[in-house]
Write a protein that binds this ligand. Sequence first.
Ligand code: ATP
Length: 731
Amino acid sequence: MATLGIHKDFLLEFAKLEKPVQKRVHEVFDKFRKHRHAGLHLEKLEKSRDPRIRTIRINQFMRGVVLAPEVGDSFLLLKVMPHDDAIAWAVKHRATVNSATHGIELRDDVALERATAGIDALPGDRPGAADDTRRLFGGVADKDLIRLGIDADLLPLVRHLGTEVHLDALHKVLPEQQYDVLAGLAAGMTPEDVWREVVAIQLEQRSAAPRETRAPRTESSAAPVEQDEFSAAMARSQGRIALVSGPDELTDILSRPFDAWRIFLHPSQRKLAYRSSYTGPARVTGGPGTGKTVVALHRALHLAQQLPADAPDESILLTTFTRDLAADLRSNLELLIPEPALRAKIRVVNVDALANQVVREERGAPLALLAAQKEILNRWSRTAQRLEIDFTDVFLDQEWRHVILAQDLRSPETYLKASRSGRGAALSPLKRAQVWRAVEAFTQELRRADEWTFLQVCAEAARILQDRGGDRPFRHVVIDEAQDLHPAQWRMLRALVAPGPDDLFIAGDTHQRIYGNRVSLRGLGISVAGRSTRLRINYRTTKEILTWSTRLLADASVDDMDGGQDSLAGYRSAYRGARPELGGAATKPEEITGLVTRISEWIGTGVAPHEIGVAVRYVQLGKDIAQALEEAGIPSLVLGASAAAVEGVRVGTMHRMKGLEFRCVAVAGVSDTVVPMQSALTPEEVDPQQHREDLMGELSLLFVACTRARDALRVSWHGIPSPFLPEQVTA
Ligand SMILES: Nc1ncnc2c1ncn2[C@@H]1O[C@H](COP(=O)(O)OP(=O)(O)OP(=O)(O)O)[C@@H](O)[C@H]1O
């Protein structure tokens, strides 16, 4: 049967072409798809390593590269490049089948031969030499490397690699799957880990391949692909190759080339999102940009597809922390699920808005919300003064949120006995009684004015839903950015769906917790034991930006919301790029001038203003930067203040940057008095533990801001740099 495959690289290159060229590429391949008999239009290249790698003319300047077996009508679109580059690429590469996964891979034969010959020329530096154990893969046996799919002819080269930098240098020439295996081993994973996470996961996808094509290849590595197994191997290459079912799908894929996430799920992502069912709550974790949101979106799609035919609309909830993030989820869901009827099965709304709706419907009247934290603290202050008790506004507010609301304590007796773990200063029974009096006075004042804080609304919504018992509004709940949710929000989410298979699907990363809400899922009756998986490949950020940003958290200890510790072990990027740029200035105006210059340079290299994000710690600095940009003739908009559709550099607070991404990111004002923001820190003398957690929150905020960058990151400050920045910056 005819098969057309599109390699991920093809789509990425296609995405960067000018619109008229894209149109032409589409025309060429559409025509090619219709009339592909006898290799129509395809040109063979002299001296090519693989005669089945051929090129096709797009226009005077561009060529496509296609892998086309001589017999049969299966084709794989590999590259679309300027003419000379396409020819050079096509003659050097060879398509082979990976001996472990049986999927197609591409190797730069010429570069690999050259690199291997270089080693042969070095006497006494062969594998097995005395210093072998000091080499990058010195501790891994040949048989393990072979079992993991490393080609036998590459072993001498692999054995010779001394550091990760050497491995990186081979990133573009090694077959991708084999690079992934080696990168996993180099990152400290055991061969068993790599087998499970890189190889087995790909093998499992074989069950999705057409039945007649499942027989695995037995002979070893680096043998060329025979045409009879060609479409089978394409089907086994999910995550890198998308099979196109017909002209409509080709048009759909090519019309949205930037949204590769819709089609090219990594096997580890696909396994999580499309597992037919989980016996209970399931969770996906992973560092920034590993595709947690993508997995959550695909999971929502899968659950919608599995619903019985008579399931009402909005049977599934897809939710997240803020209104803006919910809006992003909604527009991505429209891309992923074009059919309105299927999409209607999923309701997308942020947690607070949903809580508000639950309480409003129960009361039959809208709620007056007390949202400003400053006003809340003022009221605590007044309450403490009136009752003549010696607690600060910050302490009372935190005690109320982190202990009383968190545990849903409703009487002085329960509060007296409650655990205050996570809070620093011990409280005697007398002090607890004083706190309770303050809480009663504070909440009474709110009640009298019929005002609510967001968390109170969530706590009330949870109570309403729990009291309703069996009548649950949703069949499935999918949660993104879970690390920032408060226990009251979790209680509401828990009560929205009956406990059972596929009740909750949770995506989050505790390294990005920026609102100080710590929870134990188990304590909330949500057990993800045996159903929690960490993603490790970053699809957003370059390795250079990732390494730099991850180093910010080097000394931090981060919980996993489930009684253990989370880590970024094995976290790595799929892309390479320039190192982050760091710059200090003497004064704020000087820093802003430098920033404006760099932004105009980015724009000069073809980056659109809306592809640039500027993250700051406080709103006024953002406004100052936006004004300086406008004065320099660069359009800008302050996030949250202007319509999102307006063209311009996006300027926003670090909090507002959460969940977003940009080609170029500037994090500005990273000075010692601003990052960490002193007013966001509980004074150490009030509560040392809370002080440490607030510091961690500020550090995570900087981490979140830096990891929004896809291609370029610039971090700047004026005066003394933030203590969070690595020491070499300050030197
Ligand atoms: N398999 C994939 N193929 C191509 N692109 C992908 C893939 N998975 C994720 N991406 C892209 O990587 C970027 C990050 O994905 P996503 O936002 O889902 O990550 P995340 O883990 O939720 O990030 P964060 O925690 O930082 O918000 C997005 O641009 C997404 O489209």
